[in-house]
Design a protein around this ligand. Structure first.
Ligand code: WT7
Length: 692
């Protein structure tokens, strides 16, 4: 069963071969790869956690030669109600090779702990109850609040007690569909406290997507809010949830309880649709709960959360993370990749609906006792200076965002940045897609005043934590390179036959051995876990990304080599968009590819074949886009619909996406050999229909 045809996982053409390595996303010239733009000054290095390449190399060596000792020492800094089992000196077991049996990863098995206890109680017990854990900044300037570790523990305890009272037990799933209120991370931590598995669904997904996830993980309870303002846009979350719960019911799964946070800044309670018996206001049931809540001690290998993400084919995959290894790894990566120093204020602009909001807005920083900023709004509202206003307001030391946000702000010029001081900034971070050198330079020079190193962190929902990342102060940075592997991470760049390449090379990025926060399975589908990630290159975890390693050993991520499109740092499966399009009764067939987009990194380009006899029209174009918005979510809406009388297919019927990508990129003189197509004439037709 583990034998798969590579071409079903990878597209025939791999992007890394046809494009220059570093971050070609914005379609610009690549900066000389050897150019070093940042070298930490002495002052920075003196205080850095990892202050030199030698120090890193020494620690790295130990981490891969003896991962059990390396990670045990770090894990000992956390609270374990019962220590993990040690067998022959080992604290982890793994099989990364499908030829040797089922893929299996375990870290700190037998150990009993609780990530919520480690993120909150531990700090409160250490006398930090009155320290600020979270600054909350609302969408509307002037709406804000701050909560201490003590407050946060009280809130989390109340929510956890409520969940218990409605029958949520260890191992049960809870779906969270909430905007970025304090209550979102609170809800996650509350689940963790009682051993329930949270599954946060980004509150920008449509009712259909939410329903699909609910039907898959069958939560006892859904936690939501009635609405939210994002920028100037109102989103009625409650009607989306109602719709989703109705759909799930039709598909055979009924959610008994839906807890609705009344977000009255966005919408009124009396204007909220209501299902008696199922819906209940958060404010009516949570504040009355006790602020004391017993901790459920769970095994290190018990599941912590599920997070759905897009693959190249089929329905979204429920990536499952377990507790102990994830805790140890997210905390350690947070500390080192941002050179975090106790007392610092850290702001991550990601939403908790994505993995970044799990690992680096909630768990990683709170486990370190850091003060985090949780921002409800968008970087450009009310104006392009909002981020820097917030940085000054809370004296943010570490700022972590995505290249798409950087490019959007860069377009507005330097003025909105320069209006604010930004003196507190010390480290900047980037995540989600390759950062193009122009954006890197602007971020570095304008935002960071050429003073702050940039941690370009490469990782994935599946990896749980940073895999390839700078450690500020440790070594010189090259704009567009994520630099070197984190402790314990053993990357391998392989060719199409799965042969590991050495030295300077380009190929598919794999990982040779497990790291503590390796995802353990795809929820309910271990075979898919094995075929997607471990079967393509035997003996390795395959990331789906292309990668180049330069002569100095720096890693340069080049983007996905499968049919996953990275739009503004969000993964969208081309198959999902295609499936949404063909749901439209007038759409006969669709093929979706990514193309370079100035702000989003990649945009969505859809080739659509209509049902025989149907005329092209702008109305139809709009309807098709609306279909995708309602099936997946607004962020997956195609940017371009290209009418296609036919699609380029091989004689066996496989769509040749290589050709479609070239047409989408307007590189029609680089189409290559089209003679193997069943009907080479379709290419001519497609070219003619550009801009139609
Ligand atoms: C994919 C994972 C990991 C949190 C956000 C996205 C791309 C992510 C980088 C980076 C180049 C990056 C990869 C990866 N990616 N960070 N620093 N440089 N590419 O999580 O939705 O699981 O997406 O995002 O293509 O495979 P995700």
């Amino acid at each position: 069963s583990s034998q798969v045809d590579l071409t079903s996982v990878l597209s025939v053409d791999t992007r890394y071969k046809t494009e220059t390595h570093a971050a070609a996303s914005a379609g610009e010239q690549v900066v000389e790869e050897t150019q070093v733009l940042f070298e930490a000054n002495e002052e920075f290095r003196k205080n850095a956690l990892v202050s030199s390449t030698e120090k890193y190399e020494e620690m790295y060596k130990q981490s891969v030669e003896d991962p059990d000792t390396f990670w045990s020492e770090i894990a000992s800094q956390f609270h374990w109600e019962k220590k993990w089992d040690v067998t022959d000196g080992k604290v982890h077991t793994e099989n990364f090779d499908v030829r040797k049996g089922p893929i299996k990863v375990e870290w700190f098995k037998g150990g009993k702990t609780n990530i919520c206890y480690n993120a909150l109680d531990r700090h409160v017990e250490a006398g930090r109850a009155n320290d600020v854990a979270m600054f909350w900044e609302g969408n509307e300037p002037g709406y804000d609040s701050s909560v201490t570790f003590g407050n946060l523990l009280d809130l989390v305890s109340q929510v956890s007690n409520y969940l218990r009272s409605v029958g949520v037990k260890k191992g049960d799933a809870v779906v969270i569909y909430m905007p970025m209120l304090v209550e979102l991370p609170v809800a996650m931590l509350a689940c963790a406290r009682i051993g329930a598995i949270h599954s946060v669904v980004f509150a920008g997904f449509s009712a259909d997507s939410l329903a699909q996830r609910i039907s898959d993980c069958k939560p006892k309870v859904v936690l939501t809010a009635n609405g939210v303002m994002r920028g100037t846009k109102f989103i009625n979350l409650k009607t989306i949830v109602d719709d989703a719960l109705k759909q799930a019911k039709q598909e055979g799964y009924t959610v008994e309880t839906s807890v609705v946070f009344a977000n009255e800044v966005a919408t009124k309670k009396e204007e909220t649709a209501w299902v008696e018996g199922r819906d209940i206001w958060w404010q009516d049931v949570i504040p009355s709960q006790s602020t004391k809540s017993e901790v459920e001690w769970v095994d290190a290998e018990d599941p912590l959360f599920l997070l759905y993400t897009s693959g190249s084919t089929g329905k979204p995959k429920g990536v499952l993370h377990s507790t102990g290894g994830y805790m140890v790894y997210t905390a350690t990566t947070f500390k080192h990749a941002f050179d975090y120093r106790p007392g610092e204020v850290y702001w991550c602009t990601a939403d908790c609906g994505w993995i970044t909001g799990h690992s680096y807005l909630t768990y990683g920083p709170l486990l370190n006792g850091a003060t985090v900023v949780n921002f409800e709004g968008v970087p450009t509202y009310p104006d392009a200076g909002r981020c820097w206003e917030i940085v000054d307001k809370y004296n943010v030391n570490i700022f972590y965002t995505a290249p798409t946000a950087i490019r959007a702000l860069m377009r507005e010029g330097d003025k909105p940045v320069k209006k604010h001081l930004r003196k507190s900034l010390r480290v900047l971070g980037s995540v989600g897609e390759p950062i193009n050198p122009a954006a890197w330079k602007w971020y570095y020079e304008v935002v960071g005043d050429s003073r702050c190193p940039i941690s370009d962190t490469w990782w994935q929902t599946e990896t749980g934590g940073f895999m390839i990342t700078p450690m500020p102060g440790g070594w010189p940075l090259k704009p567009g390179s994520a630099t070197f592997p984190f402790f314990g991470v053993q990357p391998a760049i392989v060719d199409e036959n799965g042969k590991e390449l050495h030295g300077e090379c380009s190929g598919y990025l794999c990982v040779k051995a497990s790291w503590p926060s390796t995802f353990r399975t795809l929820f309910g589908d271990h075979p898919r876990y094995e075929t997607t990630y471990f079967a393509p290159f035997k003996g390795f975890y395959f990331s789906g990304d292309g990668c180049h390693r330069d002569k100095d050993g720096y890693y340069w991520l080049t983007g996905r080599v499968d049919d996953v499109i990275n739009v503004s740092g969000h993964r969208i499966g081309s198959a999902e968009v295609e499936s949404a399009l063909v749901h439209h009764p007038l759409c006969a067939e669709a093929a979706v590819v990514g193309y370079d987009h100035e702000v989003k990194g990649q945009g969505i380009y859809a080739f659509v074949t209509l049902v025989e006899g149907v005329e092209y029209s702008d109305k139809l174009r709009k309807d098709l886009i609306a279909k995708v918005r309602s099936q997946i979510g607004p962020f997956a809406a195609p940017d371009i619909i290209h009418w296609a009388p036919g699609l380029p297919k091989t004689r066996s019927g496989k769509i040749m996406r290589r050709i479609l990508r070239k047409i989408a990129a307007s590189q029609i003189d680089e189409l290559g050999d089209v003679s193997t197509l069943a009907d080479p004439g379709v290419v001519e037709q497609l070219i003619e229909l550009r801009d139609k």
